[in-house]
Design a protein around this ligand. Structure first.
Ligand code: FES
Length: 107
């Protein structure tokens, strides 16, 4: 199973194993990772699953869709070039070891 690390704004890292094909958001929410809310359930309609993907792990991720791009303009924390919606990233074995930073605020 792919391994994902969520790094909190405090620097605390939470490492977990995700079922292949699940989204970053689902993996975080089902494991109680602080700071990932996932209010809309993964419909790209709330932006409360905002994460910053570390540049060294950005390769091979799905492209940002138009819906995701629009929602990324609505994030509470600043949008950067590393910003993604966790619910729009399906985790595959090729993403094993991915590290993402959790923003300081989501709502
Ligand atoms: S869970 Fe709502 S946009 Fe990702």
């Amino acid at each position: 199973m792919p391994n994902i690390t969520f790094v909190q704004p405090t620097g605390e890292a939470v490492e977990l194993e995700a079922a292949e094909g699940t989204s970053l958001m689902r993996a975080a929410v089902s494991n109680g990772v602080d700071g990932i809310v996932g209010e809309c359930g993964g419909q790209a309609m709330c932006a409360t699953c905002h994460v910053y993907v570390r540049p060294e792990h950005a390769d091979g991720l799905s492209e940002v869709t138009e819906d995701e791009d629009e929602m990324l303009d609505c994030t509470v924390a600043e949008r950067t070039e590393r910003s993604r919606l966790g619910c729009q990233i399906a985790v595959g074995l090729e993403h094993d070891g991915i590290v993402v930073d959790v923003p300081s605020g989501q709502v």
